[in-house]
Design a protein around this ligand. Structure first.
Ligand code: CA
Length: 240
């Protein structure tokens, strides 16, 4: 399957150049020029990687990067023309995986995209307080080991990779049983139930899992506006 690279760039000529080179390298691309629409788009479409220009009309690239990090672990490469911004980009606060300075060679950008994708594949998936170590099937919430079984881990991993999107039972079944084994819908529900219980025990102070009726399951991280430090809530919408 072709991986989708999101290009966030307000200069059409530059965006076109990146698009052409990335397509030639076998990637699908999508271009956004307006900084204000990036975060909702990412939540909806889950790209494989984002090339994010720092200077955008509407919203600053660093601000967008921080916002994306509250709901997604998608690799981000920042692009900047301001040398003095590099310290800020390198700082832990931005959450980007790499940066590139303008002017750049599009070939170098393609090489960096490939390198970041290679590096982040199989690396721990981190979304707010939730950390999924994909090599060891280890899930922790705020540093607390959730003690998940392999099946529970795979379910959580799949839901995390589709943050904000509804996953049907069929998709969840396919994610945990790639051998096309036939399992009852109830099997998924029972795994999810145990998973929710384990997640709740990892953060017993508050109710952060909730259910709604509908078509599948959804993992969503919500910002709790009531806290001084934005604290993230892990939320499951369970839909029947
Ligand atoms: Ca720009």
């Amino acid at each position: 399957m072709m991986q989708m690279i999101l290009i966030v760039e307000d200069e059409p000529k530059l965006a076109e150049l990146l698009r052409d080179y990335l397509r030639q390298a076998g990637f699908k691309t999508f271009w956004i020029a307006d900084g204000a629409v990036v975060v909702p788009w990412v939540r909806e479409h889950a790209p494989a990687l984002i090339l994010l220009d720092l200077m955008l009309p509407g919203r600053d690239g660093l601000e967008i990067c921080r916002d994306i990090r509250t709901c997604s672990a998608v690799p981000i490469i920042m692009i900047t023309a301001r040398i003095e911004e590099i310290d800020r980009i390198e700082g832990l606060e931005s959450g980007s995986d790499d940066y590139i300075c303008k002017p750049f060679s599009p070939r170098e950008v393609v090489a960096r995209v490939r390198a970041v994708l290679r590096r982040t594949e199989g690396a721990p998936l981190q979304i707010a307080g939730l950390m999924l170590d994909q090599a060891r099937y280890l899930a922790t919430l705020n540093g607390h080991d959730l003690g998940l079984t392999v099946v529970e881990f795979k379910l959580l991993q799949f839901l995390s990779s589709k943050t904000g999107q509804v996953c049907t039972r069929q998709q969840l079944m396919d994610s945990i049983y790639p051998d096309e084994r036939v399992v009852a819908d109830r099997t998924i529900d029972s795994h999810i139930k145990k998973l929710r219980r384990k997640i709740a025990s990892g953060n017993a102070d508050q109710e952060f899992i909730h259910s709604v009726y509908g078509m599948g399951y959804k993992l969503e991280l919500l910002e709790d506006a009531g806290k001084v430090n934005p604290f993230l809530q892990l939320e499951f919408e369970i839909i029947f």
